[in-house]
Write a protein that binds this ligand. Structure first.
Ligand SMILES: *Cc1c(COP(=O)(O)O)cnc(C)c1O
Length: 430
């Protein structure tokens, strides 16, 4: 989506947005998305829908900085789990929902690994503007997320298949029934997700960090972040673009494979898509399925692949893959040194650690890891980890390759006896 900026009112400096803070009683000034409306002006402001999204926090975490291997004070966690439905998806949903309303939609649909559906269901239930239709695969949707869709009253269709199957079906069904589709193929979602970067800049006094590290699933965030920085740079609002690191789970590593091993590039607008076509053909022939316990990024055919390649070009980006083991260990560190996150989110921290070990991230670099979803989204994985028994992952989550739980904080079992309880507390006190 391109704007004719010359014909629009754009602030002279990013700090001009601070004027909105004084008018927080206006929902559009309060919204962490719509206070930046001037930078995503696809609809008149009065048409835009807000439920109070984007009240997020950029938090420096010394413990996580030490874990990642950089100077304490230089690593920041961007807590997108603080959004109304508990994930960053609300940023994009407020924008897509606004567009759906503009075009008079009565129903909106999505396929989801859980968080998009939770977000859509919430916007529908709070605003009463539309009915939500949600497609989920019958695989590993976490109960936290499924419970939201059900609780908010969305029509929830569970397909016998995985996310990639649900994604293909929802596109057919939406076309057939004329339902508005809010999946991340929807370009308006990416417009809303740009504001995550605006809030990161806002929290850093409008100084771009050195690195943005983000998990990669359908690649909506990475695409949106690249577009945000590219536009800010073109508008002269920033003088330097941070580097972007997109982190795949090893069990769903399409982007990593294509960019780091097969040379897929943006090529000034003529990406060599024969490379990705061949890869997907191989994948189909082998009936290969994505597999990671980071269910929010368990995606093998990312819909925003081309836009992400463009973002990597704009931001001098890199892609890495991390194992489920690395994800869970990083997640435990985020929980112990901050407010916690769901498994997929911790891929950003695990990826930063990898890049610091390679020396690509320098110890004094300012690094922002995006924590995409709330700690409570997926308690099963957290409790399984802290039980200290790696076999649980196979049992409860069907995921292999988790061998150790080195940061586990196990519950201490004691008989119901005062002396034994006191003894246990004294023994385990640390
Ligand atoms: C959707 C989601 C992702 C993946 O983001 P993309 O923009 O699709 O790459 C990562 N983490 C969480 C928690 C999510 O909900």
């Amino acid at each position: 989506m391109a704007y004719e900026w010359d014909r629009l009112r754009v602030p002279g400096e990013l700090s001009d947005f601070e004027q909105k803070w004084a008018r927080r009683n206006d929902p559009y000034c309060f919204s962490g998305v719509w206070r930046f409306h001037d930078l995503l002006p696809f609809a008149p402001l009065r048409q835009c829908v807000t439920v109070g999204e984007g009240q997020t926090l950029l938090h420096p975490s010394e413990g996580v900085a030490r874990y990642v291997g950089i100077t304490p004070g230089r690593l920041y966690l961007q807590y997108e789990g603080m959004n109304p439905s508990g994930s960053f998806k609300d940023n994009g949903m407020s924008a897509a929902f606004s567009h759906a309303r503009m075009v008079g939609a009565r129903r909106a649909a999505c396929a989801s690994t859980g968080n998009t559906s939770a977000s859509l269901a919430l916007y529908c239930s709070v605003t009463r503007l539309m009915k939500a239709v949600i497609f989920i695969g019958s695989g590993k949707i976490s109960y936290g997320k499924l419970s939201q869709a059900l609780d908010y009253g969305a029509l929830t269709v569970q397909i016998a298949g995985d996310f990639d199957d649900a994604m293909a079906r929802v596109q057919e069904v939406s076309r057939e029934l004329g339902i508005y589709l809010v999946n991340s193929v929807n370009p308006f979602r990416l417009e809303g997700q740009k504001t995550i970067m605006f809030r990161v800049l806002e929290a850093l006094g409008w100084q771009p960090p050195d690195w943005i590290v983000v998990p990669g699933g359908n690649l909506g965030n990475s695409s949106a972040f690249g577009k945000a920085f590219h536009e800010l740079h073109e508008l002269g609002l920033i003088d330097r673009i941070p580097r972007l690191a997109v982190i795949n789970a090893a069990g769903a590593n399409t982007l990593y494979e294509l960019v780091e091993h097969r040379g897929l590039r943006w090529n000034a607008g003529r990406p060599n898509l024969d490379v990705s076509d061949a890869y997907f053909a191989e994948m189909n022939a082998k009936h290969e399925r994505a597999s990671t316990l980071a269910s929010a990024i368990e995606i093998n055919r990312p819909v925003n692949l081309t836009k992400c390649i463009r973002a990597l070009e704009w931001c001098d980006g890199v892609v890495r893959e991390v194992t489920d083991q690395e994800i869970l260990d990083a997640k435990a560190q985020v929980g112990a040194g901050g407010m916690g996150c769901e498994p997929a989110s911790a891929a950003s921290v695990a990826g930063a650690k990898k890049l610091a070990a390679e020396g690509l991230i320098a110890s004094d670099d300012r690094v922002v890891c995006i924590l995409t979803g709330h700690q409570l989204k997926d308690p099963t994985a957290t409790v399984a980890y802290h039980s200290g028994d790696p076999k649980k992952f196979e049992e409860v989550l069907g995921s292999r390759g988790v061998e150790t739980t080195q940061f586990a904080n196990h519950p201490v079992a004691v008989p119901n006896n005062l002396d034994k309880i006191i003894e246990a507390i004294n023994t385990h006190d640390h």
